[in-house]
Design a protein around this ligand. Structure first.
Ligand SMILES: Cc1cc2nc3c(=O)[nH]c(=O)nc-3n(C[C@H](O)[C@H](O)[C@H](O)COP(=O)(O)OP(=O)(O)OC[C@H]3O[C@@H](n4cnc5c(N)ncnc54)[C@H](O)[C@@H]3O)c2cc1C
Length: 453
C-alpha cells in the first residue's frame, strides 16, 4: 500500500478526466494529482476520435438547444478553440479542424422554423448566415444535386469555423500540458482499473488491482461507470440509466463540411448528420443512430452485468420508459433504430434518412462503420420521473464527485473541469487562479480568432 496522499485522484482517462487534470495542474496550487485509467491508453471509450461525432457543439446548428442552452455551450465550446489556438500550430492542427457547418431545413415547415431561429440566434452568433438553395449548392453541392426542385430547402450556416475536433488527441494534449507544469507530481497511471473507493476519515482510499491510493478528493469521470461507483457508495440512488448507442455509416466523400438536420421536438436524441471524418480522409460519415443497448460500454459485453446494477428497476423507471414508448413518434423512432441493426433492411432504412441530406446517395455507397461508435449513458431521474438529456454531476459534498457525461459532454469538458475545480477549491481550500483561467480559456468569443481566416 502506498502511504502517499494525493490532493486529488481522478478516475477515467477520457476527455472529462484529462481536462480536469490539465485544469488542476495549470490553474491551482495543488501539488499531487493522479489520474487512473483502466485501459492501456487514454481515450479508449467514448472520447476516442472514432467513437463520437467529432463535433464542437456551439449551439448554433443544434436545433435541439434552446437559445439559453446554446449560449451556455457556446462559452465552453469556445474554451476548446482557445485551448487549441494556444498550442503550436502542428499540435493545434492535429486536434481542432475548420469546416463549414450548417443545419438544413427540408420542406415548408422546417424552412419556416429555421428562418425564425435565424432571427433569434443571429444577434448572438454573429457569423451565422441564412442560406437559400443556390448558396447551399455553392457550399455543399451534394445537398442540392438530385433534389427535386419543388422541395423547399434553407440552411443556417457558419463558414470556415473550428467545428470538428479529435477528442482523443485532445486528451493526450491535456495530459502533456499537465505534465509540463514544474514542481508538481502529476501521476498518470494507465492500465490501472479502480475496483472500489472507500472513505477513510476525511480522505478516500482508491483501491485498484495493484495498489491502494489515498486522496483528499476523488473525482470519478468514468462515463456510465461513474454511476456504478456512486451507487456502490450509496450516492445518486435517485438515478437510473438508459444507455443509448450511436452507430455510423461511411460513404465516399459527398460533403465538404458538417450538415446537421432538424430535430423532431418529440424525440429525445439529435437527428442524424453527415460530415467529413477527420480520421478517415476522403470519406463522409453519417449518423449517429440512437439504439438503446443494455451496456455501459459499447462492444464490451461484460458491462451488461454492470448495466443491470445501475438500472435499479422500479415503478419510477418503468414509468419513464413507458412514457417514452407510448409516444408514437418516439416509439417509431426507437423501432427504426433497432431496425437499423437488422441485416438486409438496415442499410436500406438508413439510406432513406441519409438521403434527406444527400439525395443522390445510392445503397452501394453506404458501408456500416464496424467497431466505431459509443454509448451515451443517459440518466433517468427517478424523482422527477424524466430522462435527463444532457450530462449530470452527482455531488454529495464529501470530497467526492461523479461526472456522467453523455453528449455534449466532450464539448463541455473544460466547463466541467471548471465546475469540478470550484468544488475542489471549496473543499480543500486551495488556490484556483480564476483570472488566468478566464484570460487563457474564456476571453473573446472564438470566432474573432477567425477574422481574416
Ligand atoms: C455516438 C456518440 C456521438 C457523440 N458525439 C459527440 C460530439 O460530437 N460532441 C460532443 O461534445 N460529445 C459527443 N458525444 C459525447 C462524448 O463522446 C462524451 O460526452 C465524452 O466522450 C465523455 O467523456 P468522458 O471522459 O466523460 O467519458 P469516456 O470518454 O467514456 O471516458 C471514461 C473513462 O473512464 C474509464 N474507466 C471506466 N471505469 C474505470 C475504472 N473502474 N477504473 C479506471 N478507469 C475507468 C474508461 O476506460 C474511460 O477511458 C458523443 C457520444 C456518442 C456515444
Amino acid at each position: 500500500m502506498s502511504n502517499q496522499i494525493y490532493d486529488v485522484v481522478i478516475i477515467g482517462g477520457g476527455v472529462t478526466g484529462t481536462a480536469l487534470l490539465y485544469t488542476l495542474a495549470k490553474f491551482t496550487d495543488l501539488k499531487r494529482i493522479a489520474l487512473l485509467e483502466k485501459y492501456p491508453g487514454l481515450a479508449m471509450v467514448n472520447s476516442k476520435a472514432t467513437n463520437n461525432s467529432q463535433t464542437i457543439h456551439c449551439g448554433d446548428i443544434e436545433t435541439n438547444y434552446s437559445l439559453e442552452k446554446a449560449l451556455k455551450v457556446q462559452r465552453t465550446a469556445g474554451m476548446l478553440v482557445r485551448y487549441g489556438d494556444q498550442l503550436a500550430p502542428a499540435d493545434r492542427d492535429r486536434i481542432i479542424y475548420r469546416f463549414s457547418k450548417m443545419v438544413l431545413g427540408v420542406g415548408a415547415e422546417e424552412c419556416e422554423f429555421l428562418r425564425q431561429r435565424y432571427q433569434d440566434f443571429k444577434p448572438h452568433f454573429v457569423r451565422m448566415e441564412l442560406l437559400e438553395r443556390s448558396a447551399i449548392a455553392e457550399l455543399e453541392p451534394g445537398v442540392v444535386n438530385g433534389r427535386s426542385p419543388s422541395e423547399q430547402i434553407v440552411a443556417l450556416a457558419i463558414r470556415n469555423d473550428y467545428t470538428a475536433i479529435n477528442y482523443g488527441a485532445l486528451c493526450q494534449s491535456f495530459v502533456e500540458q499537465a505534465q509540463s507544469v514544474l514542481d508538481k507530481t502529476i501521476d498518470l497511471k494507465l492500465g490501472v482499473r479502480v475496483a472500489a473507493i472507500e472513505p477513510v476519515g476525511a480522505n478516500y482510499q482508491v483501491v485498484t488491482d495493484e495498489q491502494t491510493l489515498t486522496a483528499k478528493f476523488v473525482v470519478v469521470s468514468a462515463g456510465g461507470h461513474s454511476l456504478l461507483f456512486a451507487h456502490r457508495m450509496g450516492f445518486g440512488l435517485e438515478y437510473s440509466c438508459l444507455p443509448v448507442a450511436g452507430n455510423f455509416y461511411f460513404t465516399p466523400q459527398v460533403l465538404n463540411g458538417k450538415v446537421y438536420t432538424i430535430q423532431n421536438d418529440k424525440l429525445p436524441f439529435a437527428a442524424i448528420h453527415g460530415d467529413p471524418d477527420i480520421t478517415a480522409p476522403g470519406k463522409t460519415r453519417f449518423g449517429p443512430t440512437a439504439l438503446p443497448l443494455p451496456l455501459l460500454e459499447r462492444y464490451s459485453f461484460k458491462t451488461f452485468g454492470e448495466y443491470l446494477q445501475v438500472l435499479r428497476p422500479d415503478r419510477a423507471v418503468a414509468s419513464v420508459l413507458w412514457n417514452l414508448l407510448k409516444e408514437e413518434d418516439i416509439r417509431n423512432y426507437i423501432l427504426k433504430n433497432i431496425a437499423f441493426e437488422v441485416p438486409l433492411v438496415n442499410r436500406r432504412l438508413f439510406l432513406q434518412d441519409a438521403r434527406k441530406i444527400v439525395p443522390a446517395l445510392q445503397l452501394e455507397d453506404l458501408k456500416f462503420a464496424h467497431g466505431i461508435g459509443g454509448i451515451r449513458p443517459q440518466l433517468i431521474d427517478k424523482n422527477a420521473r424524466q430522462l435527463i438529456l444532457g450530462q449530470a454531476a452527482i455531488d454529495p459534498g464529501h470530497g467526492i464527485r461523479f461526472n456522467v457525461t453523455p453528449s455534449p459532454g466532450a464539448t463541455n469538458c473544460l466547463g466541467n473541469a471548471e465546475q469540478d475545480t470550484e468544488r475542489i477549491q471549496a473543499h480543500l481550500d486551495c488556490k484556483f487562479d480564476r483570472d488566468r483561467f478566464e484570460a487563457e480559456l474564456v476571453g473573446q468569443p472564438h470566432w474573432s480568432l477567425l477574422e481574416g481566416a
